[in-house]
Design a protein. Structure first.
Length: 218
């Protein structure tokens, strides 16, 4: 379906407070200056329906649903996101930058929950909703969870809607998902680039631009 398109799909992954949305925006600004049309998006919440699902998934009590229910909702959001936004943009030749994609579901619902969900279920959901489509590049912003959670809570303090359902799970959960992310990156080194996110915003942006320009020959 995506054969012959010029657009690239770049995903940003990492734990809470790792700076994904900021670095995604800065990369978008750079691509625009280079004359490359691009779309900024996120999961969950990249579409109108996704915004409704986001409210359910990231607000409220942490125990209001289990890992299986979460995974099903995330994949419903992902399918809508792909069909309504990501694939159409790539077909137009635009680049798509997404704050989270399927790796987040594995990190949170599988590794974060300490394997309480069958990994085969996640693989089956991916096959049904996504097929053989994958990001061209995944930038993993790695950060100790205690630093990321502190950043995320500080950011949330100034927001009217507190999207803190995952933050409330505690340090062990977030340490597990960090380890999970690093395992996934080690398993797919051709797709993942792991960057230390515990540094100056501008310095990290320079590293990301270097990775993208070298990877895609800009």
């Amino acid at each position: 379906m995506m054969a012959g398109t010029k657009g690239k799909f770049i995903t940003f992954e990492g734990g809470e407070g790792s700076g994904k949305s900021t670095q995604l925006r800065l990369l978008s600004d750079y691509l625009t200056k280079m004359g490359i049309g691009n779309v900024q998006t996120k999961e969950p919440g990249g579409t109108d329906v996704g915004l409704e699902l986001r409210r359910v998934l990231v607000t409220g009590d942490k125990d209001k649903m289990d890992a299986v229910a979460e995974a099903l909702l995330y994949y419903a959001d992902r399918r809508i996101h792909l069909t309504q936004k990501i694939w159409p943009a790539l077909a137009r030749g635009e680049w798509v930058l997404s704050d989270r994609f399927a790796d987040s579901t594995v990190a949170y619902q599988y590794y974060g929950y300490e394997h309480k969900i069958d990994r085969r279920l996640l693989d089956d959901l991916y096959a049904v909703a996504v097929g053989d489509f994958k990001p061209d590049l995944t930038i993993l912003l790695d950060l100790p969870p205690e630093i990321g959670l502190k950043r995320s809570l500080k950011k949330a303090s100034g927001m009217s809607v507190k999207e803190l359902r995952h933050e409330s799970r505690g340090l062990v959960f977030h340490d597990n998902l960090r380890k999970g992310y690093l395992k996934m990156a080690k398993a797919e080194p051709e797709r993942f680039v792991v960057l230390n996110a515990d540094k100056n915003m501008a310095e990290l942006n320079e590293e990301i631009i270097k990775v993208v320009t070298e990877r895609f020959g800009l």
